[in-house]
Ligand binder design. Structure first.
Ligand code: ADP
Length: 297
C-alpha cells in the first residue's frame, strides 16, 4: 500500500490575500494624503517574452488595490540607449514610485547598463547593486520579491528558521543568493548549492529547510530529503502544458513535514509582497518630495 502525502501544504494564497487587504488600506491612506495614487511603471521591450503574462498579473493586481500601474512599452528593436533613457524619465517622474524592467532583455542590451540606470529608491524588485549590497550587509533595502516570498512563506507559516540547517539550491542573483542572505539574517546555517555541487542529494539530506530555485522540473525528489524537512519550491516550469516546480511534489510530500505547492505557494506571495515594496517606495518618495514647511509657522 502506497503511503499518501503527509506534509502540510504551505499555501501562499491566503497569506497573499491578507497582505493585499493591508496594502489596499495603505493605498487609500496614501492617496488621500498625497492627492494621487501610488504609481508603478513596468518597462517592457515587446510583448513576446513569456514573462509578459506574469507582468500583466502584477498590473492587474495593482489596479485591484488602487495602484496606478502601467506598461511603458518600447518597440522590439529598442536600443540600450532608449531603454536607459526611458528608465531615467521614469526616475524623474513624480507620479512614478516604482520601476520594474521586464527580464530577460533582448541579447543586444546589456543587463548591467539597464540595472544601473534604475533609481535604487524606485527599484522595488531589488535588482540594483545598491539594494543587493544593502541585503548583503544586513540593512533594509528593497528585496527581490521572489527571494523575499520564499523566506516570508516560512515566517508567516510559523516555521522556525533560527538555528536550523538550510540548503538553497540555486545561486542566481535574483532568487538563490538573496534567499540565502535572508536565511542567514534569520539565523539559519546556510549552504548554497549550484550546478557544480558534487553531491546535491547529500547536501539536501542534511537540511531542515530546503529552498529550491534551479529552474529544473523534478530536480529534488523525496529520497533527497531528511524526514520532516520543510521544502520551499520556487521553480515555475511548464511540462506537458502544466505548471510544475523544481521539486517532485508527490515523493517529497511523503517525506517532508511541510511543502509549498506549485502553483499556489511562493508565486502568489511574490506578487503581494511586490505591492508592499511599492507602498514603501511611495511613502519614502512622498516624504523626500514633500514641500518643506513654510518658515515662521
Ligand atoms: P532562477 O531564476 O530560478 O534562480 P537561474 O537560471 O538564474 O534560475 O539559475 C539557476 C540556478 O540553479 C543556478 O545557480 C544553477 O547553478 C542552479 N542549478 C541548475 N541546475 C542545477 C543542478 N542540477 N543542481 C544544483 N543546482 C543547479
Amino acid at each position: 500500500m502506497a503511503d499518501g502525502p503527509t506534509a502540510r501544504r504551505l499555501e501562499g494564497k491566503p497569506i497573499a490575500d491578507e497582505i493585499r487587504a493591508a496594502v489596499a488600506e495603505d493605498v487609500i491612506a496614501f492617496t488621500a494624503e498625497q492627492g494621487r495614487p501610488p504609481g508603478l511603471a513596468v518597462v517592457i521591450v515587446g510583448r513576446d517574452a513569456p514573462s509578459t503574462v506574469y507582468l500583466e498579473q502584477i498590473i492587474r493586481g495593482c489596479a485591484k488595490v488602487g495602484i496606478d500601474a502601467r506598461f511603458v512599452e518600447l518597440e522590439g528593436e529598442a536600443t540600450e540607449a532608449s531603454v536607459v533613457a526611458t528608465i531615467r524619465e521614469l526616475n524623474a517622474d513624480p507620479r512614478v514610485d516604482g520601476v520594474i524592467v521586464q527580464m530577460p532583455l533582448p541579447p543586444t542590451i546589456r543587463l548591467r547598463s539597464v540595472i544601473d540606470a534604475i533609481d535604487p529608491d524606485k527599484d522595488i524588485d531589488g535588482i540594483h547593486p545598491l539594494n543587493a549590497g544593502l541585503l548583503r550587509l544586513g540593512y533594509d533595502g528593497f528585496l527581490p520579491a521572489t527571494a523575499h516570498a520564499s523566506v516570508e512563506i516560512l515566517r508567516r507559516s510559523g516555521i522556525e528558521i533560527a538555528g536550523r540547517d538550510a540548503v538553497v539550491v540555486g545561486r542566481s542573483a535574483v532568487v538563490g543568493m538573496p534567499a540565502a542572505f535572508l536565511l542567514v539574517k534569520e539565523d539559519a546555517t546556510v549552504t548554497v548549492c549550484h550546478r557544480r555541487t558534487r553531491d546535491l542529494a547529500a547536501r539536501t539530506r542534511e537540511a531542515d529547510i530546503v529552498i529550491v530555485a534551479a529552474g529544473h522540473p523534478g530536480l529534488v525528489t523525496g529520497d533527497m530529503l531528511k524526514p520532516g524537512a520543510v521544502v520551499v519550491d520556487v521553480g515555475i516550469n511548464i511540462v506537458d502544458g502544466r505548471i510544475v516546480g523544481d521539486v517532485e511534489f508527490e515523493s517529497a510530500a511523503r517525506v517532508a513535514s511541510a511543502i509549498t505547492p506549485v502553483p499556489g505557494g511562493v508565486g502568489p506571495l511574490t506578487n503581494a509582497l511586490l505591492l508592499t515594496h511599492l507602498i514603501r517606495a511611495a511613502e519614502r518618495h512622498a516624504a523626500v518630495t514633500a514641500p518643506a514647511p513654510a518658515a515662521g509657522r
